[in-house]
Design a protein around this ligand. Structure first.
Ligand code: NAI
Length: 328
């Protein structure tokens, strides 16, 4: 019906899905007062579980929830959709090679790209969460040429929030005091969490020095963020679904409503900025404008320390791209 935003969530019966859908239906993603139609997509074996999620959503009596649709047909869900959150992916199983994982997911994101291309509005905003997220977004876009590349993104906001929070913790400040953190590159263990352009209220020293200098970054902070997902699985026996769901809402909320003079990290199509080659989806500092456009922030400081990390994660993304395209 009128004024209702249509939101697709794939993998909606999974762990992230279960944490995410109440946040969306509760108004955290779209903002106060915005009604939402949720279109939940799962594979056929998970449709029973998905019906249970739908029952719980009904039982929450969310005032802003207009309608819930459950389907295993992505093409049906994508018709005239406004926002598409692609969480569903083939999970990494023990003994699986990286290339096997890429192959399984390339097939999923090819099919979803084709479906999106045939039925979606060209204004649809897409965030890919399912891993390998950056390369899945690239595949999706390859098979959805009717959707502008700038409308297809991948999630690195969880990594961004982790970095911001760890800097705040280290300097004993509230997170709202920390500004200018950047995640560069792939949502993987090669990502580069960068504090060179960070500013923290009340700290006049450069933040890289204030947190402990290059050795601390190289030996502690960077690896800690790169491996945070694994640390949470080790601790909880389950993946970081709560914080991922929260980050998805942050990503979309900022994309829709604008970051003002601040910026956040989003994996977007590289356009040559910072010397990163085109043709890959690479996490960049992004400033968003109210209404849904965005730009890659130019002119941030990049030094030799940063370059080394930025090139390593670029190389990984280029290799993933080659592998994925050779499979398809
Ligand atoms: P999960 O395994 O609990 O849920 C995934 C769900 O997707 C399952 O219910 C499965 O049935 C469904 N699914 C699989 N293929 C599908 C398809 N073709 N269409 C629709 N649904 C499909 O996994 P979890 O913990 O919810 O994580 C989901 C994905 O998100 C994983 O790939 C994970 O690695 C990734 N992830 C990404 C993060 C990021 O920051 N980008 C952070 C955390 C997780």
């Amino acid at each position: 019906s009128k004024g209702v935003v249509r939101v697709v969530v794939t993998g909606a019966a999974g762990q992230i899905g279960y944490s995410l859908v109440p946040l969306i239906a509760g108004g955290k993603m779209l903002g106060p007062g915005v009604k939402v139609e949720l279109r939940l997509v799962e594979i056929p074996p998970a449709m029973g579980a998905l019906e249970g999620v739908k029952m719980e959503l009904e039982d929450c009596a969310f005032p802003l929830l207009d309608k819930v649709v459950c389907t295993s047909d992505a093409a049906e869900a994508f018709v005239d959709v406004d926002i598409c959150i692609l969480v569903g992916a083939f999970p990494r199983k023990a003994g699986m090679e990286r290339k096997d994982l890429l192959a399984k997911n390339a097939a999923i994101f090819k099919a979803q790209g084709e479906a999106l291309n045939s039925v979606a509005s060209p204004n649809v905003k897409v965030v890919v969460v399912g891993n390998p997220a950056n390369t899945n977004a690239l595949i999706l876009s390859t098979f959805a040429p009717n959707v502008p590349k700038s409308n297809i993104t991948a999630l690195t906001r969880l990594d961004h929030n982790r970095l911001k929070a760890m800097v705040a913790l280290k300097l004993d400040k509230n997170v709202t005091y920390v500004d200018g953190a950047v995640i560069w590159g792939n949502h993987s263990a090669t990502q580069f969490p960068d504090v060179l352009n960070c500013k923290v209220d009340g700290i006049s020293d450069p933040i890289r020095e204030a947190v402990g200098g290059e050795a601390y970054l190289r030996d502690e902070l960077i690896p800690k963020i790169q491996k945070r997902g694994a640390a949470i699985i080790a601790a909880r026996g389950l993946s970081s679904a709560m914080s991922a769901a929260n980050a998805i809402c942050d990503h979309m909320n900022d994309w829709l409503h604008g970051t003002g003079d601040k910026y956040v990290s989003m994996a977007v199509f590289a356009d040559g900025s910072y010397g990163i080659s085109e043709g890959i989806v690479y996490s960049m500092p992004v400033r968003t404008m109210k209404g849904g456009s965005y730009e890659i922030v130019q002119g941030l400081t990049v030094d030799a320390f940063s370059q080394e990390y930025m090139k390593a994660t670029e190389a990984e993304l280029r290799a993933e791209r080659e592998d994925a395209l050779s499979i398809l």
